[in-house]
Design a protein around this ligand. Structure first.
Ligand code: CU
Length: 146
C-alpha cells in the first residue's frame, strides 16, 4: 500500500467519522420508507403540492408523478443533523432543470412547472471526496410528468 501524507490521513479519519455518523442516522430511520410512486394531487388553486423528506442517503417518497403544465410546489425537509444535501431534477433534453440546496435540518420550498411529459431523474450530487457521491449511495429518484 502507498504511503499517504499526514494531512491525508487526517482527512480520511475525518471522513470516516462523518460516515459513521451517517450510518447511525440511517439506522435510526424507520424501515417503512415509501417506495411506491406517489401521484401528487392538484389543489384547488391549481398547484401540485407534496412533501419530500431528505435523509442520508434517500428521498422519501422517491417517485413523484405530476401533470404537465401545472405548477409543482415541493416542500423539502432535511432530517439530517450534519450532512447537507440537494435536490436536482434534470431533463437531459433541457425541458426541466431544477437545483435546490437543503442544509442539514432545514426545510425549503421548491417551485417549478414541468412543460414536457417524460420521466426525469431526481438526485443529490453532493460528495465528500474521496467517497462516492450521494447519488451513488442511493440518493436518487424520479419525476414522472404525465
Ligand atoms: Cu445528498
Amino acid at each position: 500500500m502507498q504511503k499517504l501524507p499526514r494531512q491525508w490521513l487526517h482527512i480520511l479519519a475525518t471522513v470516516g467519522w462523518l460516515t459513521s455518523v451517517g450510518v447511525t442516522i440511517v439506522d435510526a430511520t424507520e424501515p417503512s420508507q415509501a417506495v411506491l410512486p406517489v401521484v401528487i394531487s392538484v389543489a384547488a388553486d391549481g398547484v401540485q403540492r407534496a412533501t419530500v423528506t431528505l435523509d442520508s442517503y434517500s428521498y422519501s417518497p422517491n417517485h413523484l408523478i405530476v401533470e404537465t403544465g401545472k405548477p409543482v410546489e415541493l416542500t423539502l425537509i432535511s432530517v439530517t443533523t450534519i450532512i447537507p444535501h440537494n435536490f436536482i431534477i434534470k431533463d437531459p433534453a433541457g425541458s426541466l432543470s431544477v437545483e435546490q440546496d437543503v442544509s442539514a435540518g432545514k426545510t425549503v420550498t421548491l417551485k417549478f412547472t414541468p412543460t414536457q411529459a417524460g420521466t426525469f431523474p431526481i438526485y443529490c450530487d453532493k460528495r465528500l471526496w474521496p467517497l462516492p457521491s450521494h447519488r451513488d449511495k442511493g440518493m436518487e429518484g424520479k419525476l414522472e410528468v404525465r
